[in-house]
Design a protein. Sequence first.
Length: 117
Amino acid sequence: MASVGAVSCDFVRGSAPAKKQRVQVWSVPGLDGYGAKLFGLGDSETEFVLVKRGTSAAVLAWARLIEALQGTLVAVVNDWGSTTSAFLIESVAGPEMTAELGYGGARGELRIRGVVT
């Protein structure tokens, strides 16, 4: 079941990249070559798209629960069952709500951005 933290979702699209070495490179005019500084593992910024279907009240309550997770470390389980542990949610965008006539309710979509710590 797709989820963010302890909050279940109908769909969670996306996956987090593995941590990679962060590098800053610079050059000085008039000198040959480059300078480089290694900062350790990181460079794992990513975005997940979350979807929930239900009544408009249930979708709004779900969106508020996800928004309350901003600034916390959570585990994210995507549609394929892949788990991303220790994901720091930096921002939550949305919700974008649309009516779903076939389901008699609403469809909400949120985007969360963050990094793997």
